[in-house]
Write a protein that binds this ligand. Structure first.
Ligand code: HEC
Ligand code: HEC
Length: 213
């Protein structure tokens, strides 16, 4: 027993050195190479081309702007998104964001996603685009006439996302599963707009958004 302890004591400084190395590695250079490596962990749900997978409610993310992808990954990390039992798809996404622990990884994978060519998934809902056109006039202030968003207001482009995903998000904003955290400043600006929409109005405005492509 004594002998084993003394061996442990002798090797302790060595273990400390290894421990320090394992905890504080030089982070990999930020950029596309690291982004591609990280993106492999996203493929099972978002697809090789970033076109998403409806079975797991993962949206098409290809071509979303880098700033927006970074903000959302940080949002999942702190729990603005993915922290509500009522929003199952977001619960699946949160651990993925939490796995991006090394410095620069969020930037690298966001750069990679932003560089992918946008895909425009086919419509699956049957809202009334004519009625939605009226409702969309409120959205123009932030998402633009063309639905391409406005970085100054942190509003993302919404034309290239799946319609079922857009509906999920509007419902989450309305229920408070997204945009209700006191620290989620930008989510809150969006939430105010979802609160006034009925489920039918959501489907109508989404049908209109899809005509902007
Ligand atoms: C286990 C499946 C799964 C994996 C793996 C996964 N995601 Fe997701 N992701 C989802 C789902 C589901 C959503 C939709 C969540 C919601 O409705 O809030 C989502 C949403 C997102 C969003 C938000 C899109 C938007 O328009 O706001 C981003 C960005 C994203 N994922 C990036 C990534 C990246 C980058 C990776 C790899 C590091 C990744 N995801 C891995 C399932 C996954
Ligand atoms: C005051 C500005 C503002 C207005 C007006 C506004 N939005 Fe938003 N919207 C935002 C912001 C900011 C976000 C991103 C929030 C975040 O970071 O979570 C957002 C996000 C969204 C999302 C989620 C996109 C994604 O990729 O997850 C949808 C869908 C959306 N808005 C639809 C609409 C519709 C439809 C309207 C009109 C009825 C509207 N918005 C009006 C600012 C606005």
């Amino acid at each position: 027993m004594m002998a084993r302890l003394s061996v442990l004591r002798r090797s302790a400084p060595l273990l400390l050195v290894f421990g320090a190395v394992a905890c504080d590695p030089t982070p990999p250079p930020v950029g596309m190479v690291r982004g591609a490596e990280l993106y492999e962990t996203c493929v099972p749900c978002h697809g090789v081309n970033g076109d998403g997978k409806e079975e797991v409610a993962a949206p098409a993310i290809a071509g979303l702007p880098q700033w927006y992808v970074e903000e959302q990954l940080r949002g999942y990390q702190v729990g603005y998104r993915g922290d509500h039992a009522s929003a199952l798809p977001a619960l699946r996404m949160r651990p993925m964001a939490l796995s991006l622990t090394r410095e620069g990884d969020i930037e690298s994978v966001a750069q990679y996603v932003a560089a992918m060519e946008s895909v425009y998934p086919a419509s699956t809902l049957h809202g009334n685009a004519g009625a939605g056109a009226m409702a969309y006039q409120v959205c123009v202030a932030c998402h633009g006439q063309d639905g391409l968003g406005n970085p100054d207001l942190h509003a993302p482009p919404i034309v290239q996302l799946n319609d079922w995903y857009l509906l999920n998000q509007l419902r989450y904003f309305k229920s408070g599963a997204r945009g209700a955290d006191p620290g989620d400043v930008w989510g809150a600006t969006m939430r105010a707009n979802a609160l006034v929409l009925s489920d039918q109005a959501m489907q109508d405005v989404i049908a209109y958004v899809q005509t902007l492509r």
